[in-house]
Design a protein around this ligand. Structure first.
Ligand SMILES: [Zn+2]
Length: 390
């Protein structure tokens, strides 16, 4: 009896707990911006390879996703994809992220059939050993691995770290001819196989969240505008630019084509809370504490003020970052184009940049989306940022 009673009690408590957890989850679902359908898109978008200058398939997925939320779309010669709301409006506001993923180029194939690589973007030689890769060829995707000498066979006294000169890919071939028969040649592009996951229901983890999560966030802004039936008084250009990782090239091209009046760029920045990062030089930024607003010459001061006001008025948490000279993001490309375009940067804190386990906080993703969305609702048609707030 007692036992039974206890177990009944346990059950009751258990049910109570579950329903509380459900309530909490429902509350969270109502509050969170990213819904299950958008999360599904994020996962497949991140798992799809999008190496710099080969962004096409990712761009196609992205355009399919935003298509219902915009009036028209176009793609430029190098693959930058744009969704437009109010295409006839003369005053043009850009929200922008970059679509490309860092990768490797095949550079040299040995007669024994091993492959040496060079960077396509800032790929990190230190993380390469023992990674599985995809080599992209006209015959399809070929599997490979970055090999590495066993701990037993390395010189214990003088260990050599991985460098571009000693990392190599093994795709199971014994000669250069066998490698070539698979369709691999100098210039073939190599990406990692690592896939998306959600960590502790708190973080999105994956390769090249930098900055495809940005493309996702601006697409979610378009979705929110449509879902909430918001009409903007200006033309909105939602830009997923190519080739950022090799020097902001896609943004440089598309800003000349669009000739925007305002540009709000989103990219990732470093969370500095993990070991071996110096806060004195890198600042004090955390995942989970909100979007990061920047102070930098390219960031137009009155547009930036608008972002701070919008964050404060909408209870969106934010952090501050300073950049000397350059932001190192597409913000610079927009700001210094077309005789000067008022531009600002909203960054998403990220751990382990340019590794295959880049981490961003779910709440930060929601808050970046909300900050861009609310900023758009506060920009007026024809707004002159020279006189704003004076
Ligand atoms: Zn990057």
């Amino acid at each position: 009896m007692v036992k039974h009673l206890i177990s009944l009690c346990k059950n009751t408590i258990f049910h109570k707990k579950t329903s509380m957890a459900n309530k909490k989850q429902n509350k969270k679902d109502n509050k969170s911006v990213v819904n299950s359908k958008s999360l599904e898109f994020l996962e497949s978008y991140i798992n799809n390879p999008s190496p710099t200058s080969y962004e096409w398939s990712g761009q196609r997925m992205w355009l399919d996703y935003i298509n219902p939320y915009v009036d028209e779309t176009f793609v430029d010669h190098y693959g930058t994809a744009v969704g437009v709301v109010n295409p006839d409006a003369p005053y043009k506001v850009v929200i922008e992220a970059h679509a490309d993923e860092i990768s490797w180029y095949v550079n040299y194939i040995t007669k024994e059939g091993l492959i040496y690589v060079i960077r396509n973007g800032g790929s990190d030689h230190q993380i390469a050993p023992s990674k599985k890769v995809h080599i992209h060829t006209e015959k399809g995707i070929v599997d490979g691995v970055f090999g590495w000498p066993a701990i037993h066979t390395r010189s214990g006294e003088k260990e050599e770290g991985p460098t571009l000169k000693n990392i190599f890919i093994d795709c199971g071939c014994t000669s250069k001819e066998e490698v070539e028969e698979l369709g691999i040649h100098v210039g073939s592009v190599v990406t990692y196989q690592d896939e998306f996951m959600v960590l502790n229901d708190r973080y999105y983890v994956g390769r090249a969240l930098d900055n495809r999560v940005g493309g996702f966030m601006i697409a979610e802004v378009a979705r929110l505008l449509k879902d909430n039936k918001k009409k903007l008084p200006f033309g909105l250009y939602i830009v997923n630019a190519v080739q950022e990782e090799v020097g902001l090239r896609g943004a440089e091209m598309i800003t000349e084509k669009i000739k925007p009046n305002v540009a709000i760029v989103t990219d990732v920045t470093h969370d500095t809370q993990t070991p071996m990062i110096n806060k004195i030089t890198q600042g004090d930024l955390s995942c989970g504490k909100g979007p990061v607003l920047s102070y930098a010459p390219a960031v137009q001061i009155n547009l930036n003020k608008l972002l701070f006001e919008v964050a404060k008025n909408n209870d969106i948490p934010f952090q501050r970052q300073a950049s000397s000279r350059f932001t190192g993001t597409d913000t610079d490309a927009f700001a210094y184009s077309n005789g000067g375009v008022p531009s600002a940067l909203i960054s998403l804190p990220l751990r382990y940049m340019h590794t295959t386990v880049e981490m961003v906080h779910k709440e930060d993703v929601d808050n970046v989306i909300l900050l861009i969305y609310n900023a758009l609702l506060n920009i007026k048609d024809g707004q002159d940022f020279r006189t704003f707030n004076q």
